[in-house]
Design a protein around this ligand. Structure first.
Ligand code: HPA
Length: 235
């Protein structure tokens, strides 16, 4: 048991899929995994271990923001010997060139967050994906004939931002979209020499305020979930 995960040692697989929302973890377990076991439910952050096409994997939520994913990914990497975490989440596009439902495989996560400086003393505002998962996702997408964009994204600390215009860091690194977690996940994985990727579905377009509706969400996230599962099979 770790502080925030009650699974027994050995109950968590080497490969983890990590949505933000615990109910999305449950949806994936219910609809895609065989021989599923609920291995932790501390704070209702459910972790399920099962298999997909005979590959063992765990799906569990990160919660929202760098501090939250920082805790869960750290405990998974250090206390459960997890090798790889693929975040699967939504993002808001900064550019009208992206459309709702587009998929982004995150090359680099950029942030104003002090997470990496406070934790590791790293005064850095960007981290690349770590290890082989990113390439496997791109190759798998080609095989499935799914279009996946790649590039930098912004892991912001603020969802309800009141300042007008794009944040400076978004202009500096030409970030395609905003989300709130990949920076801490990539920093932890870099420090611990683990694998981490972040696959995102565009759920809103920031300049036009277009959004995927609540009804469309389940259908909208299917290609991302299926791509991530197929990628895990190859890990
Ligand atoms: N900002 C931050 N995170 C998000 C967004 C957004 O616009 N959309 C989905 N996740």
């Amino acid at each position: 048991m770790s502080v925030h995960i009650s699974a027994k040692p050995g109950d968590i697989a080497k490969n983890v899929l990590m949505p933000g929302d615990p109910l999305r973890a449950k949806y994936i377990a219910d609809n895609y995994l065989k021989d599923v076991k609920l291995v932790s439910s501390v704070r209702n952050i459910f972790f399920f271990t099962g298999s997909y096409k005979d590959k063992e994997l765990t799906v569990g939520a990160s919660g929202m923001g760098c501090p939250s994913i920082g805790i869960y990914s750290w405990e998974l990497f250090t206390e459960y010997e997890v090798d790889s975490i693929i975040r699967i989440g939504t993002c808001g596009a900064y550019t009208k060139k992206l459309k709702l439902f587009d998929l982004i495989n995150t090359d680099t996560a950029c942030s104003e967050s002090t997470y990496a400086e406070c934790d590791f003393g790293w005064k850095k505002d960007q981290f690349k994906h770590q290890g082989k998962a990113y390439d496997i996702i791109n190759e798998t997408a080609k095989e499935l004939q799914l279009e996946v964009k790649t590039g930098s994204i912004h892991s912001g600390d603020v969802f309800y931002r009141q300042e007008k215009g794009k944040p400076e860091i978004v202009k500096k690194y030409k970030c395609l979209a905003a989300e709130m977690e990949a920076f801490a996940l990539f920093a932890n994985a870099r420090f611990l020499k683990k694998t981490a990727a972040s696959l995102l579905t565009v759920s809103d377009i920031i300049p036009t305020h277009e959004k995927i509706s609540a009804d469309e969400r389940e259908k909208a996230l299917k290609p991302m979930i299926e791509l991530a599962l197929e990628a895990v099979v190859k890990m």
